[in-house]
Design a protein around this ligand. Structure first.
Ligand code: NAP
Length: 892
């Protein structure tokens, strides 16, 4: 029997603590120390500000822990006796100081049996002083981290107890470093440090003076950017001062404070020049922000600008920052505004009432309150993409509501996404096509700037000059998708269906009407279908044991969202539809995906990427990386962080991918490969139908169809008539094509072709043609088993078909055809709800339907001992109470 937290061992070596500090960090440390069984005998924090208590005080007061809010501990360097006495009276054995901003007298620091420990956000002895995180960035350090040390007189020189470090990413900010590492790991480390002291294992390592530095808090007056430096140094300066006190420069003759800097890795966007004092060249106001150039000619981008009067704007709006018209709110939006007012009131508890002019910051809110506001709103209105900086840009209640409603309506989103469109006038419309890689929610140039051309197959003209992806993935987000995201994606695709179909036509050569109905139409249906699965995936199933013995278990199978990184590689024949078939199921199971379209047909995938942003799908969840299979596709197969690869394409490449997936990290792989599907036409068929459907079985989508009938077996007695009719119709099509478009003569299109009297040993009888080529063979009248054996004599097994009016024959033949799909008196039918896929060398794994959904989920088996109590405890432990309990027939 496992011992739970009530065991006496848990309470061994626990200490009586005084918490001296403040903020959410202090609050979390306090809560976690108590959870570990330590007793907090007193909390010493800062006085209420504008009637608002510090978060540490708020929780401690709720718990009934004594809370002291001394404004200071010393006067003129001397400890205040009453304060020190009050402190001593709590009887702490150790002072824990998370984020302590006050000077604490040494007779308090040294008073407890174990002394005092303090958290500092740098790897000491580097960056002693209060602005350590800022200086880590300003100095361009490659490592950040924190130290927990034995407190000294405030100069951060005490012996080290423990330190932890993390790499600094090129575009890290104070916020990202803090939120990603310093805050969460710092809390854990404080708790760990206290336990080490309690267990008598805490070291005291004297700080070395090697590499020591002390930097003060930067003042605004000192934060001016020196533009005559390399770009990275300027970038470090700006991000190190973001948000406090803010680095500034004289731009266009004004003092502008610069926020959200990032190094520009791709080509410099176009924009309107703007004078920057001290810079080697003017800056640019581009769609993505303010571009600044350092002395080395490299560029950085600043997202937001603040004027001297405190007003902040997106830098891209510098030349057009006039007020936007105020929105009229709907009734629902008004209701939501009232709910937001309550949230504001909860944060600004010192303000008697929140009216339209209430200013968040002038009412006393600090940066932690911004985090709280954003988090509370995200919880209330799931799906809205809100950043901390949005609060800084809309500081009054009214402007905040206007911004929030715009964001909810999706009005701001297109502006935020910068797309360097290539436009084309075609099909009575102007189509707008993105042409860069889509990574982490942004369209970006390839790292090495390489490009290639895509070609319009109808006339051989260059569609556009395309940017080649170098494989960079930012795939950290693993989100459970809400049905609404996937549904709105389908709605947006429907809204843009003509544009998508037109792009598909010029890119893949699809017939426009077919592109509209099938390529785009079925893609929309696919997303709608899988949207329905999003919230129905997590289920549990019980397998009753057949073992009668007392140690029998009762296995439970749990299916859950996977939430991992999946790769998708697709071919060129149905670019958008293959994307939809593969990615909808993947998204609906909460996975992040990286998709490589075929090099020759990347355009609809990138248009799709644009729509995912409009649909509110979080950044990084969908990534589109165009480029060649040998480079980008191969790297995806080899990548150690990808857990599943879904491939549709040819059999030889499928084999290569499977091998790479196995060797790299044994990633799960599904393969939808080529086919050479047999179609058997018996003499008792409906001849008109057999001719019509037989032709479409071959020529549908110009024969570029994986399930195309690769070989027709026609019963001898009707063979000649069948061929005569097929040829007549083919000739008609041929002339029709010539009449419709003379430009086809210079294009990549091939005329419909028919081969007759094909024998089994011939190359065209065995290999996939993937074009408008009909391959016809005869079989002897009545030789059903003979033709079956010839039809099955192939390495492929994707699809097959039979035409006969005899139901017994239809059943007999269809049961014996070795293929994933068998069509009877029809062909080319697919349904988004039904699984699709082949066997033998046509691959394995299915697209579409419930089966496909399963491949993107995790299936885990739990063995439970079948006594009621054990089952109950286990179910609670794995936190999936409801499904498990209902499956087990138990109630909590
Ligand atoms: P393909 O040559 O196999 O290419 C398919 C995709 O794989 C392309 O994106 C290609 O990139 C990429 N690729 C090439 N080498 C790779 C590698 N070493 N690692 C990873 N990816 C690599 O097929 P295709 O000519 O485009 O398409 C036609 C084939 O697809 C036919 O055999 C057809 O039957 C099959 N297909 C099957 C289904 C089905 O559901 N079973 C559906 C449609 C098509 P590039 O951009 O460089 O070409």
């Amino acid at each position: 029997m496992r011992k739970f937290s009530s065991s006496s061992a848990y309470y061994q070596n626990k200490l009586k603590l005084a918490l001296i500090g403040q903020s959410l960090f202090g609050q979390e440390v306090y809560t976690n120390l108590r959870k570990q069984g330590h007793k907090v005998v007193g909390v010493f924090t800062v006085p209420d500000k504008d009637g608002k208590a510090d978060p540490l005080a708020v929780v401690a007061e709720k718990d009934g822990t004594p809370v002291f809010k001394f404004p200071r501990w010393r006067v003129k360097g001397k400890p205040i006796p009453e304060v020190v006495e009050a402190y001593k009276a709590v009887g702490a054995e150790l002072n824990v100081m998370p984020f302590c901003s006050q000077f604490i007298p040494m007779n308090v620091i040294d008073f407890p049996k174990h002394g005092s420990i303090i958290y500092h956000p740098s790897i000491l002895p580097r960056h002693r002083g209060a602005s350590a995180i800022n200086w880590t960035l300003i100095e361009g350090d490659k490592k950040a981290g924190f130290s927990i040390f034995w407190a000294d007189d405030g100069l951060d020189t005490g012996p080290i107890l423990l330190q932890k470090e993390c790499p600094v990413e090129p575009n890290d900010t104070v916020d990202t470093l803090y939120n990603r590492f310093l805050f969460p790991e710092g809390i854990k480390a404080m708790v760990e440090a206290v336990q080490l002291i309690a267990d008598g294992k805490a070291p005291k390592i004297p700080q070395s003076e090697d590499g020591a530095s002390y930097e003060g808090i930067q003042k605004k007056s000192n934060a001016k950017v020196n533009m005559a430096q390399p770009t990275e140094v300027i970038h470090n300066w700006i991000r190190g001062h973001d948000k406090v006190p803010g680095a500034w420069a004289i731009i266009d003759g004004k003092v502008l404070t610069l926020y959200s800097s990032s190094m520009l890795s791709g080509s410099v966007p176009t924009g309107q020049p703007i004078e920057v004092e001290g810079a080697s060249q003017p800056g640019l106001i581009a769609k993505s922000g303010l571009i600044l150039f350092g002395s080395d000619g490299k560029a950085l981008q600043v997202k937001n600008l603040q004027f001297e009067d405190g007003k902040m704007i997106p830098a891209s709006k510098y030349f057009s920052s006039e007020e936007t018209a105020s929105l009229d709110l709907t009734d629902d939006e008004k209701k939501m505004a009232e709910e937001i007012r309550v949230i504001w009131k909860g944060i600004l508890s010192n303000v008697p009432a929140i009216d339209d002019t209430t200013d968040f910051f002038k009412s006393g809110a600090a940066s932690m309150d911004v985090v709280r506001l954003v988090e509370e709103l995200k919880q209330k209105c799931g799906g809205v993409q809100l950043q901390n900086e949005d609060v800084y840009m809309a500081t009054t209640f009214q402007s905040f509501i206007q911004m929030f409603v715009r964001r909810l309506r999706g009005e701001d989103q297109e502006e935020e996404l910068v797309i360097d469109y290539v436009t084309k006038d075609i099909n009575n419309m102007t189509v707008k096509m993105p042409h860069q890689c889509f990574i982490n929610g942004k369209f970006e140039d390839a790292e090495d700037g390489k490009t290639y051309n895509t070609v319009n197959p109808t006339d051989g003209s260059v569609c556009l000059n395309f940017l080649l992806a170098v494989f960079i993935i930012y795939l950290q987000q693993k989100l459970n998708f809400l049905t609404s995201f996937v549904c709105s994606l389908a709605d947006l695709m429907e809204e843009h269906q003509e544009e998508l179909a037109t792009i598909e036509t010029i890119d893949s050569g699809a017939v426009y009407t077919l592109a509209l109905k099938t390529h785009v139409g079925m893609s929309i249906q696919t997303f709608r279908y899988f949207a329905g699965w999003c919230d129905k995936i997590q289920v549990a199933q019980r397998y009753p044991s057949i073992r009668p013995d007392p140690i029998a278990t009762s296995p439970l199978q749990r299916k859950s969202l996977w939430g991992d990184v999946c790769a998708i590689v697709i071919p060129w024949n149905y670019p958008l539809m293959m994307l939809a078939w593969k990615s909808a199921a993947c998204l609906a199971a909460g996975n992040t995906l990286v998709l490589k379209p075929a090099q020759v047909t990347p355009l609809t995938a990138l248009k799709f990427a644009e729509l995912t942003v409009k649909a509110g799908i979080p950044k990084g969840v969908i990534n589109i990386v165009p480029g060649s299979g040998g480079l980008v596709g191969q790297r995806m197969s080899d990548h150690p962080d990808i857990r599943k690869l879904g491939f549709t394409g040819s059999t030889p490449i499928g084999k290569q991918i499977m091998k790479s997936c196995a060797v790299s990290n044994l990633k799960k792989v599904s393969l939808e490969l080529g086919g050479k599907s047999p179609l058997i036409i018996f003499s008792d068929c409906d001849m008109d139908k057999a001719v019509r459907m037989g032709m479409s079985s071959v020529y549908f989508n110009k024969g570029e169809n994986c399930i195309a009938a690769g070989r027709l077996f026609v019963e001898e007695s009707i063979h000649d008539e069948y061929i005569r009719r097929v040829v007549c119709v083919s000739i008609y099509f041929k002339y029709l094509n010539l009449i419709i478009s003379v430009s086809y003569q210079s294009s990549f299109f091939m005329e419909p072709t028919v081969f007759t009297d094909v024998e089994d040993h011939m190359f065209i009888a065995k290999e996939e043609s993937f074009g408008p080529v009909m391959v016809v063979s005869k079989f002897k009248d009545g030789d059903v088993d003979g033709v079956l054996s010839r039809a099955n004599n192939t390495e492929f097994g994707l699809a097959s078909g039979v035409f006969t009016r005899d139901i017994n024959k239809a059943m007999y033949v269809s049961e014996r055809l070795e293929a994933g799909t068998v069509f009877v008196n029809t062909y080319n039918k697919t349904d988004v709800a039904a699984p699709f896929g082949g066997f033998k060398q046509s691959g394995f794994g299915k697209d579409l339907g419930k089966t496909e959904q399963n491949t993107h989920c995790i299936i885990t088996l739990y063995h439970f001992k079948t006594s009621f109590m054990t089952m109950r405890i286990m179910c609670m432990c794995i936190q999936v109470r409801k499904p498990f309990m209902s499956t087990c027939g138990l109630k909590l």
